[in-house]
Design a protein around this ligand. Structure first.
Ligand code: EPZ
Length: 432
């Protein structure tokens, strides 16, 4: 098992290049198996979740050729099974995109049902509602969800909640259905648009992605394609928060500034300087920032995946801030860890009430999930002394080369092996 060790107190300075968007890549990899021709995907983030999904895809018989860390070729012609077992779903929920992809292509799929996770209960009723509306028979038995249909036929589907996953799953299945599907109250996240653009590059006919009404006209089959994934909005936002928290000056490169607007707006509101360039943003945090209120909302609102990171930043700002989580029921597990580092945060219902403190002190803390882990890294970069963060496998699910990118910006951060008794000593000697 590995941990991060961080000595705080250094402002981050320099450039960081953002990787491809994990959550777009997950939908795109599932979509890739829907063609019988080779699909080449570029700007793939080299993170754990992606590597697990590639294994699942290979496991059902697709040809997966990893050309390099960031490029993969997939050919779905040899798929021999539509079964995805619990082993994959347990590691990565988004394996459930194969439900929609396999249903669309083979008119059947059999995938382990995902449970809740560390950020709360995560029902999939909207996915099921969509598959049924397309004419599929959907059964849940022995922990598996099975779909099958004689024909999939387009339909008018109104989503009861705005769901990224359900929107993508229904898009996947319906692009090979007969006739027209309309998804109303669809999610509008940048990765929805990216998955739709990718499917269109394979010959699908999807219009309106990025608005709340998506129209899909089914086609007979999809063909090969070459596609480059958009940059990761959340990785970019995380570096932006880290720059502001450490009072640094960071040029965050390879981003689409439009996707970062909600994050940029909050940073500017509390007093950071954010300069938007064509495909980069520069964040300068030269003073203690002010307080604010934040409520997480579906895109274009403030992303739930940035909630822990902005909470860490506001815990160091002046005055009282309130952060309200409106997407997931249990996304404040990390607050106790931040409090152990000196933050003053109280959680009441779905809000965190934050009384800003002047600084944090290093401690042994544990990452409860991916974005919470990133927030603990931000806190550790500011804290006086040394912090050790446990359970960093969560962080590695979604951040490529996190410690290397941070180190390049001047952070004193390393990954150490728990078994190596001398690792902490060695790190302390190295950073002085
Ligand atoms: C996606 O999860 C992301 N994951 C999450 O990123 C992100 O936090 C989330 O969207 C919200 O933006 C991927 O893209 C792989 P939802 P998803 O369906 O699709 C409720 C990260 O850190 N809901 O949009 O699972 C649900 O309970 C992760 O990278 C239903 O009620 O999220 C939640 O309250 C974590 N029924 C809300 O909708 C359903 O059938 C939004 O969930 C589906 C969802």
């Amino acid at each position: 098992m590995e941990q991060y060790i961080i000595k705080g107190g250094k402002p981050l300075r320099g450039d960081v290049v953002i990787s491809g968007a994990k959550n777009a890549a997950l939908g795109i990899l599932a979509a890739a198996i829907m063609a019988d021709e080779t699909v080449t995907i570029d700007n793939l983030p080299n993170v754990r979740d992606i590597n697990v999904l590639l294994q699942a895809i290979e496991g059902i018989g697709a040809k997966v050729d990893r050309i390099s860390d960031h490029v993969v070729k997939i050919n779905g012609k040899g798929i021999a099974s539509v079964d995805i077992d619990y082993e994959y779903i347990r590691k990565i929920r988004a394996s459930y995109y194969l439900l929609g992809a396999l249903l669309g292509k083979y008119k059947k799929s059999h995938v382990a049902l995902p449970g809740g996770c560390n950020i709360g209960s995560r029902p999939i009723d909207q996915h099921i509602k969509g598959f049924k509306a397309l004419g599929a028979d959907v059964k849940i038995e022995q922990g598996m969800i099975s779909t099958c249909a004689e024909h999939l036929v387009g339909n008018h589907i109104y989503m009861d909640v705005v769901s990224v996953g359900a929107t993508i799953n229904i898009m996947l299945a319906s692009c090979l259905a007969e006739g027209k599907t309309i998804i109303e109250n669809a999610a509008k996240e940048p990765h929805i648009v990216d998955v739709a653009n990718f499917l269109n590059s394979m010959g699908a006919n999807i219009k309106g992605a990025g608005t709340d009404v998506i129209r899909i006209v089914g086609v007979d089959k999809l063909h090969g394609s070459e596609y480059s994934i958009i940059p990761d909005q959340i990785e970019a936002g995380t570096f932006m928060m880290a720059a502001a928290a450490t009072r640094g000056d960071v040029l965050v490169k390879n981003v689409i500034p439009k996707h970062l607007e909600a994050i940029t707006a909050k940073l500017v509101e509390i007093g950071a300087t954010v300069e938007e360039l064509d495909d980069s943003v520069r964040v300068i945090g030269d003073k203690r920032l002010a307080n604010t209120h934040v409520k997480t909302l579906p895109y274009p609102g403030f992303p739930t995946d940035m909630q822990p990171q902005i909470t860490a930043l506001l815990a160091l700002s002046k005055g009282t801030s309130v952060v309200t989580e409106s997407i997931f029921e249990n996304r404040f597990k990390y607050v106790d860890e931040l409090n152990r580092m000196g933050a003053n945060i109280m959680v009441e219902g779905n809000s965190a009430i934050i009384d800003g403190v002047e600084g944090f002190t290093g401690a042994m803390v544990s990452a409860p999930d991916l974005r919470a882990g990133a927030a603990l890294v931000i806190a550790a970069l500011v804290a006086e002394g040394f912090t050790i963060i446990d359970h960093i496998h969560f962080v590695e699910r979604g951040y490529e080369a996190f410690e290397e990118k941070m180190e390049k910006l001047g952070a004193c951060m390393d990954k150490i092996d728990v078994e190596d008794e001398k690792a902490v000593q060695k790190f302390k000697l190295k950073v002085g």
